[in-house]
Design a protein around this ligand. Structure first.
Ligand code: AMP
Ligand code: ZN
Length: 138
């Protein structure tokens, strides 16, 4: 994708603070971090969302995500981390190239709190689960 900023970073046309690179994936520091060590992991193969990504690209991506998350936590002497994958504008995706945010967290850092939750009314959870199961078949 010629106009994709993350493809350009993967191709070395735009600079980045690289954390890891191999034939399939690239990890680099987010330029607008939430905290020190906020890292992005991308597949080199351009796809905009997780479900668009072919299995052969997903496999190395997921393996590296796990390794990288642990490394980011240890390097930043953090107590945990969040992994975020904003998918679609409604979910806050700005860059349309699949990426995972790895955000190191310290106890009580207040970066963000748990999201508001609600309780399903009687019978609703059954319907919702069935709807999703149906879509998995297609
Ligand atoms: P998202 O809202 O999930 O699409 O987030 C895109 C992220 O990419 C943001 O956190 C930006 O700070 C980050 N970003 C955009 N351009 C660059 C860049 N050139 N180098 C590093 N990070 C970038
Ligand atoms: Zn791209």
């Amino acid at each position: 994708m010629s106009d994709c900023i993350f493809c350009k970073i993967a191709a070395g046309q735009i600079g980045s603070f690289k954390v890891y690179e191999d034939d399939h994936v690239l990890a680099f520091l987010d330029i607008g971090p939430i905290r020190d060590g906020h890292t992005l992991l991308i597949p080199k193969h351009h796809c905009s969302r997780l479900e668009d990504c072919p299995p052969q690209a997903l496999e190395p991506l997921m393996a590296r995500l796990a390794q990288l998350a642990g490394a980011v936590q240890r390097a930043m002497e953090a107590d945990g981390y969040n992994i975020l994958c904003n998918s679609g504008r409604a979910a806050g995706q700005i860059v349309e190239h699949l990426h995972f945010h790895i955000i190191p967290r310290k106890t009580g850092d207040g970066v963000f709190k748990h999201w508001p939750s609600f309780q399903y009314p009687e019978g609703r959870a059954l319907q919702v689960a069935e709807k999703i199961r149906q879509k998995l078949k297609k």
